[in-house]
Design a protein around this ligand. Structure first.
Ligand code: XBP
Ligand code: MG
Length: 236
């Protein structure tokens, strides 16, 4: 079975971004006059919910039962999240968060071998662009045949929506593809779409359940090992 496409998760997979997100949330809370602070231990719990807007609502609902919601609560959350995204993309553009080991080499070598590449992420398009412009250069989008981000599907991971959207865009069946993920939410999403999924661990997700993964790696610093495990024909 020759793999025709690799579908990449972003946060935690392409780069160790989650603590950058956490710090950016805290900067946005301060800028918006909120005395909220998400430390690492709390953020680890909040990562149960994917999507920054959804995560803010989860925090309010489960941790701030007495919070007086503004009349336009949706608008309040959206503004808070836009503020956070501004801080986060600024952090990325300063080069604060590099790609993880082996990622750039995998992307360039797989693309050179004619393997289709795609992105399936819960984060925003702005965040993907800012991360990959720094990590892969201004023409980063040329590597990818589909870029599935954030709000383009109704249900975020662990729902399979974003992976199904990417499969439709690629006009490929799940068995033609493999996915690369970092979290239980992401693994469940890709498996629910019928895609064989490999996991690379990171500090926030390393203790999560990865049952069903084709293989789990600390990272992709040993690319030949990953190529063998995933039966990828790279390089010839
Ligand atoms: C991980 C997420 C995202 C980030 C925060 O996405 O769940 O919500 O934590 O980014 P991925 P936003 O699918 O790439 O692992 O605030 O932009 O949602
Ligand atoms: Mg992820």
């Amino acid at each position: 079975m020759t793999i025709k496409a690799i579908i990449f998760d972003v946060d935690g997979t392409l780069a160790d971004t989650e603590d950058g997100h956490r710090q950016s949330f805290n900067k946005a809370f301060a800028e918006c006059g909120l005395e909220w602070n998400w430390d690492v231990a709390l953020y680890d719990k909040l990562l149960k919910v994917t999507g920054g807007k959804e995560r803010i609502k989860y925090y309010v609902q489960d941790w701030l039962p007495d919070f007086k919601k503004p009349d336009d609560y949706e608008g309040f959350v959206k503004t808070l999240h836009l503020t956070k995204t501004g801080h986060y993309t600024a952090m990325l553009r300063e080069g604060a968060i590099p790609l993880r080991p082996g990622i750039k080499q995998l992307i360039t070598e797989a693309h050179a071998e004619g393997i289709t590449l795609a992105i399936a992420t819960t984060t925003t398009p702005e965040n993907v662009s800012a991360l990959l412009e720094v990590g892969l250069g201004k023409d980063w989008a040329n590597y990818f045949s589909a870029n599935g981000c954030g709000d383009i599907v109704p249900n975020k991971k662990p729902a399979p929506d974003i992976y199904n959207w990417v499969l439709r865009e690629l006009k490929l069946s799940p068995t033609d593809c493999i996915a690369l993920e970092d979290s239980n939410n992401g693994l469940r999403s890709a498996l629910a779409a019928g895609i064989k999924t490999y996991v690379t661990l990171n500090p926030y997700t390393c203790k999560q359940d990865f049952a069903g993964a084709a293989a789990v790696f600390d990272d992709l610093s040993d690319l030949p090992d990953f190529y063998r495990s995933a039966s990828l024909p790279i390089p010839k």
